[in-house]
Ligand binder design. Structure first.
Ligand code: CTP
Length: 418
């Protein structure tokens, strides 16, 4: 932990030099308009924890949109303005910086998006989720690096506590339930006692959060280094059951997530693979309910549906002496991520072997003859060509057509029969 309340040295040690230079010029540009600029949020927290953060969150007591536009001129970056909240996002090369006008927030009703009005930095910090996220670093020339910590964030960091700032925090924004669990598990902290009892009291407010926002929380959870820890705690607190009562954050899930990491290059499995494993215990009807509730995008929904269908083929796939053509037919309607999920979820080595054979070899098998070749051999254009190609593929997988000549002979025989 740091002793001094000026973090310049710590920042220079931990933040890349070009970012430091940017933060210095940004503070200066703001000051030229008579505004004060601050670094806030996760980066301040992670400075104390020696953790790397990429996202930069800045708050200005002034006009964030105007400041973002001027910084874009200096950096050659692009600005996207979110006028409803008086915020702007500045991007250049691989950089992303969020700028906000310091604001006070109120909520018309639980779960609603906030009503925003301009405020001071201290107001702005007060509307935030947890004390450890409610610290700021002054970027104004002459004060550069000074820590502003009105709610005891630094003390809570040293005690490893996740603490809300006021009693209505989870009512204002119930997604903070998920955020509290994520930080607790990511950082190896504890949710402070009163915060925990309010979290439990306010769980029903999660029901007023839209599926889109819950899906976002779930995506962030599945991007954590060890999502199973978050899911275990969410299950324990009755938060996971809000998505579907049959979802489990148990030892099985932990084992399967670990396997997914071992098999994934470079060690971070996709959200779709994790989600398919999480949803694995659900029957097809419940998978549909989950897809509808979370409004999953088509690609994710496709993987989950594939897995539900594949589960119906498990008994057939568990037979050791299954012919390759049968393996092909059982698996060829499913996407590779769904097959990867099934392969990890099943405990049958036989099933895994068939999936491996399909993914590594069978799915690439193609007849030597093409549609054009068949046309030249007198097969009429149209659906017949597709049908003959399908039969050729089956014959090839069954070992009955080992060369182009053998394929031609088969096609000849089939044509004579019709
Ligand atoms: N914040 C909040 N309530 C929310 C979401 C965000 O108070 N529901 C505030 C917190 O101060 C947070 C900041 O906005 O620090 C930025 O949010 P986000 O980027 O989601 O979090 P980070 O703190 O950057 O943390 P992470 O490392 O998880 O990205």
């Amino acid at each position: 932990m740091l002793e001094a309340a000026n973090l310049r040295r710590q920042m220079v040690r931990q933040i890349p030099l070009d970012t430091i230079e940017f933060l210095e010029s940004a503070g200066l540009v703001a000051a030229n308009s008579g505004w004060r600029l601050y670094l806030v949020g996760g980066m301040v927290r992670d400075l104390f924890l020696n953790r790397k953060t990429v996202d930069l969150d800045l708050v200005v007591e002034g006009d964030a949109v105007n400041l973002a536009q001027r910084l874009a001129e200096i950096t050659g970056g692009k600005v996207v303005i979110h006028s409803r909240f008086g915020t702007a996002t500045l991007t250049w090369t691989d950089r992303r910086i969020d700028l906000a006008t310091a604001r006070a927030e109120s909520y018309a009703r639980p779960g609603a998006l906030p009503i925003v009005k301009a405020g001071s930095l201290v107001d702005d910090l007060f509307r935030r989720d947890f004390t450890v996220n409610a610290m700021a670093v002054d970027l104004s020339p002459g004060h550069w690096g000074n820590l502003i910590d009105p709610y005891g964030g630094r003390f809570d960091l040293s005690r490893k506590l996740i603490r809300i700032l006021h009693e209505k925090s989870f009512v204002d924004d119930a997604t903070r339930v998920w955020r509290a669990i994520r930080y607790e598990q990511r950082l190896g902290f504890h949710i402070e006692d009163i915060t925990l009892s309010l979290l439990k009291r306010d769980l029903p407010h999660l029901d007023s959060i839209s599926g889109d926002r819950i899906r976002h929380e779930m995506e962030l959870t599945l991007r954590e280094e060890y999502p199973e820890k978050v899911l275990r705690r969410a299950a324990e607190l009755g938060v996971l059951a809000k998505l579907h009562p049959d979802l489990k954050g148990n030892g099985w899930l932990k084992r399967k997530f670990e396997e997914a990491r071992q098999l994934s290059v470079p060690g971070r499995p996709s959200v779709s693979l994790y989600l398919a494993l999480l949803a694995y215990p659900l029957c097809a009807g419940d998978v549909e309910k989950l897809i509808a509730y979370l409004r999953l995008p088509r690609s994710l929904a496709h993987v989950l549906r594939n897995v539900a269908v594949l589960k119906g083929s498990l008994r057939a796939l568990a037979q050791p002496r299954l012919h390759p053509s049968r393996v092909y037919l059982l698996l060829n309607q499913s996407s590779p991520p769904a097959l990867a999920a099934l392969s990890i979820a099943t405990d049958s080595e036989v099933v895994r072997g068939h999936i491996r054979a399909y993914l590594e070899r069978l799915r690439y098998v193609k007849p030597a003859l093409t549609g054009d070749d068949l046309n030249k051999m007198g097969i009429a254009s149209g659906p017949q060509i597709g049908e003959v190609l399908r039969r050729l593929l089956e014959a090839k997988l069954a070992g009955k057509a080992k060369s182009r000549e053998e394929e031609e002979r088969l096609v000849g025989r089939w044509s004579r029969r019709t």
